[in-house]
Ligand binder design. Structure first.
Ligand SMILES: Nc1ncnc2c1ncn2[C@@H]1O[C@H](COP(=O)(O)OP(=O)(O)OP(=O)(O)O)[C@@H](O)[C@H]1O
Length: 240
């Protein structure tokens, strides 16, 4: 086991960090690939009461959706020496070691937002949101879905220049989308948002974040829509 792996295996956040995470205002945006997480997050960040959580990673920046990742926006790109130092200083809320790469969220990201009374927004997978539910049960978890199967495919395809490129990526996206949606629908804490009209989706997101963890009929209807969409995805792709 190398030094970084050992530091992560034994990692514990400080007590003040644990406390901070439990009282911060946190909104988590999950959803299937192409549902609109990034688009909605960017719109929310235009309001002064939101800020984003940018994670740290030791991996190199790469091209994402035809765009090179930007330091400080997509991730804080750090080397192994800095990562080891941050781990020793207990600067992270949590840290992971995935295929030789360190990923972590620094407490400073949340502290700055907390001191300015802002809500932090993170675009996170269902597994990550489940971990936040334990660390920060007050966080608001939102699962974004496209309005229907055809619209989803059109939006996903719009990212690729050729049909071949799309087809090469599709099996991976399809499998992870079915998995993410199935997991999201199996837990009670998600507010589901149908991203049809973008302005409306952003407004609903803001309303949900402001009103806290109360669920209402609109949430039930959106959950039903998510179940129907999942059924359609399975049917159209012969997934049993
Ligand atoms: N309400 C909307 N109406 C029309 N197009 C939309 C809407 N929301 C998002 N889109 C478009 O759909 C595509 C996918 O959106 P986005 O990149 O935000 O998805 P994502 O959930 O972040 O995906 P991924 O997890 O794969 O990065 C983009 O081209 C975006 O411009």
């Amino acid at each position: 086991m190398d030094e970084l792996e050992r530091l992560i295996a034994n990692y514990q956040p400080t007590e003040p960090t644990v406390e901070l995470v439990k009282k911060a205002k946190i909104a988590l945006l999950s959803g299937i690939s192409g549902a609109g997480k990034d688009t909605i997050k960017k719109r929310l960040l235009q309001f002064p009461d939101f800020s984003s959580i940018v994670s740290h990673t030791t991996r190199a920046p790469r091209i994402n959706n035809n765009r090179p990742e930007v330091d400080g926006v997509d991730y804080h790109f750090i080397d192994s020496t800095v990562a080891a130092q941050m781990l020793r200083n207990q600067e992270f809320i949590e840290a992971k070691f995935v295929h030789g790469t360190v990923y972590g969220t620094s407490a400073a990201e949340i502290r700055a937002a907390y001191e300015q009374n802002k809500t932090v927004i993170a675009d996170i997978d269902v597994q990550g949101a489940a971990e936040y539910e334990i660390l920060a049960p007050q966080s608001i978890s939102i699962f974004i879905i496209p309005p229907d199967y055809e619209t989803w495919l059109t939006r996903l395809k719009s990212r690729y220049t050729t049909e071949e490129e799309f087809q090469a990526e599709w099996p991976k996206r399809l499998a992870s989308s079915v998995k993410e949606m199935t997991q999201a629908l199996s837990v009670p804490y998600y507010h589901v948002i149908i991203n049809n009209d973008l302005d409306r989706a952003v407004r609903v997101c803001r309303d949900i974040i402001e009103r806290g963890d109360l669920f209402n009929r609109q949430d039930d209807e959106a959950r039903l829509a998510a179940r129907r969409l999942l059924e359609h995805i399975r049917q159209y792709n012969n997934i049993v």
